[in-house]
Write a protein of this length. Structure first.
Length: 760
């Protein structure tokens, strides 16, 4: 029997299950390929084995062939099979690799069966590596599945970024990360080496950078950066925390990565995020002094460019990559406005805006690197003031910067924080024992990302060069925590980068990733074990006055049971089947939990739904809202029936940072009996979200004369660094047409985040 399937997630599973359920479980779920090949044919439901005399032939032109054989043997050994030997005799090889330069670069075919064993044809040496990683994933305790694969990556640049400035990570840790990146077919390692928290690369011309700016006074970044003095220590000082990489160690990592088909791209921050440099060389700042909060190089000081060029010269000697990342993000620019040297430069160059100073620096550095045969990458802020001619843009503040750069004909690497910032929470922040920087990017969110936007024309889409996940480490205290945040989300990213979007399917991926997580643990990777949190999505139909609810989870296999009365479900309660839609008309509290082997896993997930008196009405805000978080639309925000989730990034929270008090007036259209009004607010001070000091409700019959119902004080500690939610409830017990609600923050220039105003 021959089953031909071009893999489309659940379709593949359905076809295979219709043939033989137990065999499919062995060959599909236990031979779970990540990333999914772009063309896959399951030739049979059999598996075959290799014996102790089996050999593999790989052309000598493949420079890492001995490593690839070693890796293949590690996989065979892990599944109880004998190792194989490398041979130059193709006729004797059970696994034969052939190079075919007629194939497109990075393309390979892989054909396995019991009679001919394994045949690989590759268009490049890199493609040989990809084929071997696929073959490793096909090995199981039962043998090797019989398949036929034709495969190539969707995107050329497939990257992972690691920040080692906030916390130094060991060479061995980075090597282990590179091993996993190779296994999942990544080819770029973006190494964020320097930032305010520490300079991590030896520069021989400037030994002070690592002697005096690679160590600090506190292991806890938050205490050092936010609560303490931001002081650096000499490397030999008592209690000094930090570290750096010698140039030999950096070269060792570059070579290790290259052997695994991965290019290391170093990042040297400029013009901002440079407090550590200015601590050592204060003459490069606008003030000329070692000030605690000065972060930007002085653009009007020629010494700044001399310093950066000398540093980049040594960086280029270590890193042979085409690209050098020059940062360019979050420059303060404040000191430039009053700096005599900067203002003189602006006058001399005919600049009108301070942003042009950043553009001036980026252009000069690009010209310098171009003269050395290199190209620059920068964060999307390098668009400000005018983009350098050949620059590649890394778009992190959403997609806007990347789309603009692509339309202008520049290469773009998409890395939007809302999908690919791997320092964001992946589990319920209110229940997590690990403090993170904020946000919420669960596995499914990362997997759902499509880096090639339909907003671009086909010609513009060609400039989307790649995609990257970023691990910033402000709150990543150690290496096991870093692995916990990276994995398994980088597996989702691997499929985003490699697999055509029409072949991606969450249900298929979820089953496969549940196989890979135990394998990661077996390889010594401290992967997050997958969440027992249900992702409950809800929409509203205003014509029918009803809610539709769907639920998904990362875990498989499982059962989902739920109740609608606010109590914890048991195995006796209704089962929810993923993909189904629950329809609800009345107000209720949905409580759903994941069960396995009869046991509830973790805490159940709750969602309150109310089709209340305010739905469909409008809020007239008494001032402009600032912050870019309109909850779906400022007028209808907070009265649409849709509740915010545990992340402020879900589009359903109203955010305002323009005023200390946020005041809105609601017109119910007619005099209405009011018994209860409530609203929920968020507190998460890392992204500057503060709980209101108080919320006040007033009511009026005519919209002119208002009577205060109550002012409810917050019970949240303003200094609490944890994510917190608080509901403010009022009991008017009166008739009124107009409601005025005022949220008052304890301090100005911070964010209010408010959820649905529920009116009964």
């Amino acid at each position: 029997m021959k089953i031909r399937v071009f893999v489309i997630g659940a379709v593949l599973m359905a076809l295979l299950l219709s043939c033989n359920k137990s065999s499919v479980q062995e060959l599909s779920e236990h031979s779970s390929l990540i990333p999914l090949p772009n063309q896959l044919e399951w030739k049979s439901l059999r598996a075959f084995t290799l014996d102790s005399k089996s050999m593999v032939s790989i052309p000598e032109e493949v420079p890492n062939r001995e490593l690839l054989v070693e890796q293949l043997n590690e996989t065979l050994s892990a599944h109880g099979w004998s190792p194989i030997a490398l041979t130059t005799n193709d006729a004797k090889a059970a696994i034969r690799v052939v190079m075919d330069k007629e194939l497109p670069e990075d393309t390979y075919t892989l054909d396995t069966d019991a009679s001919q064993k394994v045949r690989i044809i590759a268009g490049s040496t890199a493609a040989v590596g990809y084929a071997i990683q696929t073959l490793r994933q096909l090995v199981t305790d039962k043998g090797i599945a019989e398949v036929k694969i034709a495969d190539a990556p969707r995107l050329e640049y497939r990257g992972v970024m690691l920040d080692v400035s906030r916390h130094y990570m060991s060479v061995d840790f980075i090597k282990q990360l590179l091993d996993e990146m190779q296994y999942y077919k990544f080819n770029r390692f973006h190494w964020h080496l320097v930032d305010a928290a520490g300079w991590r690369l030896q520069i021989k011309q400037y030994p002070e950078l690592t002697d005096k700016a690679a160590y600090r006074t506190d292991t806890d970044w938050q205490k050092w950066w936010i609560e303490k003095d931001r002081k650096y220590l000499d490397k030999d000082a008592t209690g000094a925390y930090g570290g750096y990489y010698t140039q030999d160690e950096a070269r060792e990592i570059v070579a290790y990565a290259a052997e695994r088909g991965i290019t290391v791209i170093p990042e040297i921050e400029m013009p901002g995020h440079s407090e550590e440099v200015l601590h050592v060389f204060p003459q490069l700042s606008c003030s000329g002094k070692a000030l605690e909060y000065e972060s930007d190089f002085c653009i009007g000081n020629e010494e700044s460019f001399t310093f950066l060029e000398h540093v980049l010269d040594e960086v280029m000697e270590i890193f042979p990559s085409e690209y050098i990342h020059i940062g360019g993000d979050e420059a303060s620019k404040t000191a430039w406005m009053s700096c005599p040297k900067c203002t003189a430069l602006m006058k001399r160059e005919g600049m009108k805006e301070v942003d042009e100073l950043q553009s001036y620096m980026i252009h000069r550095i690009e010209s310098y690197l171009n003269s050395k045969g290199r190209q620059i990458i920068g964060w999307d802020e390098i668009l400000e003031g005018g983009l350098a001619p050949k620059a590649t843009v890394m778009s992190w503040r959403g997609e806007k910067g990347g789309l603009s750069a692509a339309r202008a004909g520049h290469k773009v690497i998409m890395t939007p924080n809302t999908y690919l910032y791997l320092d964001y929470y992946q589990e319920d922040p209110t229940a997590s024992e690990r403090k993170q920087i904020g946000g919420f990017v669960p596995l499914e969110k990362t997997y759902s990302y499509n880096p090639i936007s339909s907003e671009l024309t086909p010609e513009e889409q060609k400039y989307i060069y790649g995609v990257q996940g970023n691990l910033w480490t402000e709150y990543i205290m150690n290496e096991e925590h870093a692995q916990y945040m990276l994995f398994p989300r980088v597996l989702a990213l691997a499929e985003v980068a490699w697999t055509k979007p029409e072949l991606k399917d969450w249900e298929s991926f979820r089953k496969r990733v549940n196989v890979h997580v135990p394998q990661l643990h077996a390889r010594g990777v401290n992967s997050y074990p997958l969440s027992s949190l249900l992702n409950i999505k809800h929409e509203i139909n205003y014509d029918r006055q009803e809610f539709s609810v769907t639920m998904t989870t990362e875990l498989y296999p499982h059962e989902i049971h739920y109740r609608l009365d606010g109590t914890v479900p048991t195995m006796a309660d209704p089962i929810y089947t993923e993909g189904d839609t629950l329809t609800m008309r009345d107000s209720m509290t949905l409580v759903a939990g994941i069960f396995r082997d009869g046991q509830l896993l973790g805490e159940p997930t709750r969602l309150r739904l109310d089709y209340h008196k305010g739905i469909g009405k409008k809020v007239e805000w008494q001032h402009e809202l600032g912050g870019g978080y309109p909850a779906g639309g400022e007028e209808t925000a907070l009265l649409d029936g849709l509740r915010g989730s545990i992340t402020y990034l879900d589009g359903r929270w109203l955010g305002n940072a323009a005023t200390q008090s946020t005041i809105g007036v609601i017109d119910l259209g007619a005099s209405t009996e009011l018994t209860q009004v409530s609203t929920k607010c968020m507190h998460d001070i890392e992204p500057w979200i503060h709980m209101p000091e108080w919320v006040e409700l007033s009511v009026s019959a005519d919209g002119k004369d208002y009577q205060v119902v109550d002012r409810v004080l917050s019970q949240t500690d303003p200094k609490d660094t944890r994510l917190r939610f608080e509901t403010f409830t009022f009991y008017p017990n009166t008739m009124a047409r107009y409601l005025k609600i005022e949220y008052h923050l304890p301090i100005s220039q911070k964010f209010l985040f408010a959820d649905e105003i529920v009116i009964w």
